[in-house]
Write a protein that binds this ligand. Structure first.
Ligand code: SF4
Length: 323
């Protein structure tokens, strides 16, 4: 008789990070202050559930400022924007609330500083990702994007003695390190960012998954397909020894087939995933015999970011409100 018990290892930390919490609260507060419609340029965070819930409350998601009526309120997403996006908003007299995560802003500031010192900046990140477009837009003549370690050979710089690498905030820590090592082989004087660009939330979620992966027959990552940090969690799970790893937006997307021979299921969630979706996944698993839940805790997070200053100013007593 097999006496093993089916169990879930629950990664901790998982789900919402401080930057996402702030961005979602920003939209909710703006709705309360100004009433619908509130326009948001791009998805406020990369999560289908969050976007659908906000749409139901009167948020209109647009791709570009040109779709926002002149004079209306527009919120920029947590991923950050290039300076020309601010320019086009002012040209349309939009009321801008910038929900860019402060840890993305930090990378923008680094990019501007190194460009002002005339460095060639090698931005490690995914081509076309909104965050990368925003950061690269800070210094387009100085920045080139390096997507994978294999792209390193194609990099050319003006002065190999004056090169720095920066990165997207949501990359795989290990793969980024490989890219940096390849870059350093080519440019031994390569400078590093003053502090980690991959944010605390990305690093912590990857560490928690690594700690449990080898024990897991399968790991379920709750997160959206276009969420970079969720995708990285799935890859990290596989690299760290999980038997299989799957990304789902919602519990009902979990296939019973994935669990057919599984005794231990790992569960985590990307940084843009609200807790209720993790609870739905736990309930789904419990209903299929995975009732025992063990937390795998590798860090305790207490980071909180203040709301954007445009919103704090509008919320001050005595400030006139209304649509
Ligand atoms: Fe900010 Fe990191 Fe969260 Fe992105 S994942 S919003 S950089 S804290």
């Amino acid at each position: 008789m097999d006496v093993r018990q089916k169990r879930v290892l629950l990664a901790n930390p998982r789900g919402y990070c401080a930057g996402v919490e702030r961005a979602v609260q920003t939209v909710e507060q703006a709705l309360e202050l100004y009433g619908p419609p509130i326009y948001v340029r791009k998805e406020i965070v990369h999560n289908r559930h969050v976007v659908q819930a906000l749409m139901a409350q009167g948020v209109v998601f647009v791709e570009e400022n040109e779709e926002v009526p002149s004079g209306a309120t527009v919120i920029f997403s947590a991923h950050g924007v290039a300076p020309d996006v601010h320019d086009s908003a002012s040209a349309r007299s939009l009321r801008v609330i910038d929900a860019t995560c402060p840890l993305v802003t930090k990378v923008h500031n680094e990019a501007r500083w190194f460009a002002s010192e005339d460095y060639d900046i090698l931005l490690i990140g995914h081509q076309g990702h909104e965050e990368v477009l925003g950061t690269a837009g800070e210094a387009p003549t100085h920045i080139q994007v390096v997507d994978t370690p294999d792209d390193v050979d194609a990099v050319t710089v003006r002065d190999p003695g004056r090169v720095v690498w920066l990165s997207q905030t949501t990359l795989s820590v290990d793969e980024t390190q490989q890219t940096v090592e390849r870059l350093r082989e080519r440019f031994p004087s390569l400078k590093s960012p003053p502090s980690d660009d991959i944010c605390y939330a990305t690093q912590n979620r990857q560490e928690a998954v690594k700690a449990m992966a080898a024990e897991c027959d399968v790991i379920i990552v709750v997160g959206s397909l276009n969420s970079s940090n969720s995708q990285r969690l799935r890859e990290v799970a596989l690299e760290a020894g999980a038997g299989a790893a799957h990304l789902v937006d919602f519990a009902h997307e979990i296939s019973p087939e994935w669990l057919r021979d599984a005794w231990t299921v790992g569960l985590t969630a990307g940084a843009s995933v609200p807790n209720e979706l993790v609870q739905d996944a736990l309930e789904w698993l419990r209903a299929r015999g995975f009732g025992a839940v063990e937390n795998v805790t590798t860090a305790v997070e207490n980071t909180v970011f203040a709301l954007p200053q445009e919103l704090r100013a509008a919320l001050r007593p005595g400030v006139e409100r209304g649509a």
